[in-house]
Design a protein around this ligand. Structure first.
Ligand SMILES: C[S@@+](CC[C@H](N)C(=O)[O-])C[C@H]1O[C@@H](n2cnc3c(N)ncnc32)[C@H](O)[C@@H]1O
Length: 293
């Protein structure tokens, strides 16, 4: 699927291809260390069947194709048909279609996948969007063969919010314009919704879900990094046009929705030099989870 084609993409693929890094195609490179660790933790073997749940633009699934080899298979699954079409196009381009399968399915309902039929389940940044995480783990357990395993990665937003300074946006200090900032934040309604599945879990919950689903061994590695640095440093336009997740507006959309032209000017005049100078804080809380059946 050509990201520049006329057909409007659904919200997931619009975010993945156009909004996640403010439209910077090179932004994906920052994800490569996470991808490599998820794949390493999966301990893939030639001939394995891998199910990549919430595959998106195929960060994990496409890289796994080579690892499972011609006798193996990657099942790309997602709730987004556009994501599946995108991955299918990639598989076609690399002549790997006969090594693939595609399933339109949510993590909590993988009924399209037979019991005990896959060696490995991977996901990256998917459970954070799933309301029924318990059921998702039960489904992972069900589809795995008796010696199957999962390799997951999730950002732990609950802990990020405990570490982040108040009145900051992506680590940039908005305290001097806090009244305007408060108004802008009103645009992030979905994020503030108490039913939002993004902030309702941490690494211990993931381990508990795995054990409760029946896995015989589970291990969570938590990586916490807090440091003076700036997301999108030197790239104001990308920063302004990026959104934090598919359910959030871009900062530009939030500012235009909530502020008058004059207020927006004051807001941008404060934030822009900070972003250009990379004068912010980066807070990352990353969880890698492995479990075996
Ligand atoms: C942040 S993207 C991650 C994509 C990919 N796993 C990666 O590593 O880049 C989240 C993906 O999960 C999919 N998704 C969201 N909610 C889901 C759910 N409940 N079950 C399965 N997939 C879901 C979205 O369509 C999107 O492709």
């Amino acid at each position: 699927m050509n990201p520049n084609s006329e057909k409007p993409l659904d919200k997931w693929m619009t975010w993945l291809l156009k909004k996640r890094f403010g439209g910077n195609p090179a932004g994906i490179e920052g994800m490569f260390p996470v991808r490599d660790k998820v794949i390493e933790n999966a301990q893939l073997k030639e001939g394995n069947v891998l199910l990549d749940v919430g595959t998106g633009d195929g960060l994990i699934g496409c890289a796994a194709l080579e690892k499972v080899g011609a006798n193996g298979k990657v099942i790309f699954s997602d709730i987004s048909q556009d994501a599946l079409d995108y991955c299918k196009e990639f598989a076609n381009e690399v002549n790997a279609l006969d090594q693939t399968d595609f399933a339109l399915a949510s993590a909590a309902d993988l009924s399209r996948i037979s019991d005990a039929s896959v060696d490995v389940v991977t996901t990256r940044s998917v459970l954070i969007y799933e309301l029924n995480k318990k059921k998702a783990f039960e489904e992972f357990y069900r589809v795995l063969k008796p010696d199957g395993r999962i390799s997951l990665f999730e950002p732990i937003a609950k802990v990020v919010s405990q570490l982040q300074k108040p009145n900051t946006y992506l680590g940039y200090d908005a305290l001097p314009i806090k009244d305007l900032f408060k108004k802008v934040m009103k645009a992030f309604t979905w994020n503030n919704n108490p039913d939002n599945p993004m902030g309702d879990f941490d690494e211990r919950d993931l381990v508990n879900f795995a054990v409760a689903a029946g896995f015989s061994h589970a291990k969570a590695d938590l990586e916490i990094q807090v440091g003076k640095a700036g997301m999108f440093a030197g790239q104001w336009d990308r920063f302004y046009n990026a959104s934090m997740n598919p359910n959030a507006p871009t900062l530009r959309e939030a500012v235009e929705q909530q502020l008058s032209d004059e207020e927006a000017m004051i807001f941008v005049e404060h934030m822009r030099p900070l972003v250009e100078a990379g004068d912010g804080w980066v807070t990352q809380v990353l969880c890698y989870l492995t479990a075996s059946k």
